[in-house]
Design a protein around this ligand. Sequence first.
Ligand code: SF4
Length: 455
Amino acid sequence: MNLTSLKENLGLSSRDAKFFRKLDDQSVECYLCPRHCKIKDEKGGFCKVRWNEGGNLKTLNYGVSVQMTQEVIETEAVNHFAPGTPILSLGNVGCMMNCDYCHNWKTSQMREVNLKDIHHYTPEQVVATALEKNIKILSWTYNDPVVWHEFVYDTAKLARKHGLINLYKSAFYIGPEAIEELLEVIDIFSISLKSLNPEIYLKTTKGQLQPVLDGIKQVYKSKRHHLELSNLVVTDSTDKMEEIERLVSWILTELDSTVPLHLVRFHPDYKYTYVERTSIEFLKKARERALEMGLKHCYLGNVYESGEWLNTHCQSCDEVLVKRFGLQTQTPGLSSDGSCLNCGQKSSIVTLSSSPVIPKISTNDDFTNSKFISWTSEANAAHLVAKNNSTDSKSFRFRHLGKEEFSEIGLTPGEKWRFLISRDNHSSQGIEISFPEQISVEFLEVLDRAHFPVS
Ligand code: SF4
C-alpha cells in the first residue's frame, strides 16, 4: 500500500514523529523501537504507520483509534491494582511486531480494517470522556501502543493533570529513549513477555527478545511503577515445562518474586488457526511449578473455570483477599487500604481511595426490544455496542440470564457506547439486553484478553 492510498482508505494524516535521525539520500532511521528501520523517502517502516516524507519521519496514526471501550482492569492482565475497576481502553492501527497468533491482526497488520472501525480523537476528547464517565484509568492497549507513542504520551500527560491513571499494555518492543518518556506519564505497565526462548521469540513475533528484557528491567529499576507480566502459552510452542521454568527463573533473577505473572491460554487466530487451544491441565501444572520455584503470585488467563488459579491470598494468613472468575472480581478479604481484613497484613495490591461509579442518565423508556448473547466454550465475553439514534436521552438495561436484577445505562442524544460484558460464573448462560426502538445494539465476541473485535 502506498502513502496516498493509506491516507485515503483509512483517513490517516501526517504529523511530526519523534525518535528518528536523518541519513544520506533523504533517508531516515527510526529508533522508536529496536527494529531501527532505515526508511527511504516516500516509504514506510515495518509498522506501516511511520513514513518518511521528504526526509522527515511522520506518524500517520496520531489520534487514530478504534472506538474507546469501557472494560475492567483485569482485561489487561492486571490483578494487583484496583481490582474490578473500570478502565477506558484505546487502541490504534499498525504494529512493530507481526506475531503469528495475533488476535488483533486485523488492526495491527492493517488488514480488513475499514473506516467504520476508525475513530479520530484528540487528547482532550479522551480525557473528557473518562472524566464524564467517571472512569479513573486510561488503558493503552489492543494492537500495541508503542507505534502510537506521540499520541499516547500527549494524552497520558494531560490525563495525569486531571488526576487520571495510565495503564500501558504492550509487547514492549520499544527503545530505551521512548521508555524514558513513558516512565514520566505511565503508572501501570502490563507487559506481554511472549517467550524467554530467543529462537521462539524471533520465529513467532519477528522481533528480538533481548531488547524486551532490557525494557522490562528499565521499568522495574525505576521502582515507581506498577508492573505485571503475562506470557501467552501457545500449544506446541511455549507449552513446555522447561519454557515456563526459563521464564520464572528470569523473573526471580532479574526482577523479584512479587511481580505477578499471568499464564494466558492461547486461542487459534491469524496464522495459527490450525493450532489447538492450550491445555488447561498444562496451565495448572505450569502455575504450580511457578509457585514452587518461588513466585508469590501466578494466575491463569482466559480460563473460565472456578478455582484457585485466579484468586489472591494473603501472604501471611492465607485468607482469600480477591476472588475472581474470568474477568469478574470480588474482594471479600481486602480492606480499602489494601490490607487483609482477617490479619491486617498489608498486601501488594494497590487500591483506589473510592471505587468509581459510572453515572447513570435517568430516562423513562419502554424497553420493548430484546437481544441475547449466549456464552460458548470459545466466547465467554463480548463487547456490547449501543447507539442512541434519537435526539433525546435514552437508556437500555441488561442482565445475566437467570438473574432478576438489571443494570441500566443511559446514552445522551446520538451517543454510541461500547463496553465489555463477561460470563460471571461457570453455569451462566449469557446476557439479555432490553432497549427502546431508538437504540441499536450489536454484540461482538471477545475471544481473549485485550482482544478488540472489529465489525
Ligand atoms: S516504530 Fe515502526 S518505523 Fe520505527 S523502527 Fe519500529 S517498526 Fe520501524
